[in-house]
Design a protein around this ligand. Structure first.
Ligand SMILES: Nc1ncnc2c1ncn2[C@@H]1O[C@H](COP(=O)(O)OP(=O)(O)OP(=O)(O)O)[C@@H](O)[C@H]1O
Ligand SMILES: [Mg+2]
Length: 144
């Protein structure tokens, strides 16, 4: 049933669980596995007198942190006996970038964590997992 599975990885515990679940689904359906990460270094600001100046995001640092994240995802998949058919580090808003990647891969399943690194513990789902579940053109599995 599932031939191409995209798993969204942000390095959080929920996303680690998503990788392991995606590996299990790939086993069951003999599917290809794709991983996508969207680096999220937030703008930094420095105080200048009474106001603040936003420093530009360092693109190189962004790519580097992306590579580290993909390596971690690859380690987890390897532990479950898998290698990814593709690894993507994409710019932009995470939800949109993950959806675009899923379309590009012709994915029939997206696996994500229920939460990520966000601090709003009272809310059931993060904004990215919510976006994926509500807007994807394919099935979505949200993992705790
Ligand atoms: N930048 C990202 N790159 C790849 N996958 C991501 C990214 N951000 C989130 N995800 C995926 O979405 C899942 C849910 O994360 P989400 O960001 O929705 O929750 P949160 O961080 O707790 O909340 P919020 O970001 O809304 O404060 C993660 O476990 C991961 O699978
Ligand atoms: Mg988040």
């Amino acid at each position: 049933m599932f031939k191409d599975i995209v798993v969204a990885f942000d390095g959080s515990k929920h996303a680690e669980a998503a990788i392991l679940t995606a590996c299990d689904m790939a086993d069951r359906y003999s599917a290809k596995l794709h991983v996508v990460h969207v680096p999220e270094l937030h703008d930094q600001a420095i105080a200048v007198g009474a106001s603040a100046v936003v420093l530009p995001v360092d693109e190189e640092a962004l790519q580097e942190s992306g590579q580290t994240m993909i390596k971690r995802a690859e380690q987890l998949a390897k532990g479950a006996g898998h290698t990814f058919s593709s690894t993507d580090i994409l710019p932009g808003a995470p939800g949109d970038a993950i959806l675009a990647s899923a379309t590009e891969k012709g994915a029939d399943l997206i696996v994500s964590g229920r939460r990520g690194h966000g601090q709003l513990k009272g809310i059931l789902m993060g904004s990215v997992s919510q976006k994926l579940a509500s807007s994807a053109d394919c099935a979505v599995l949200t993992v705790k």
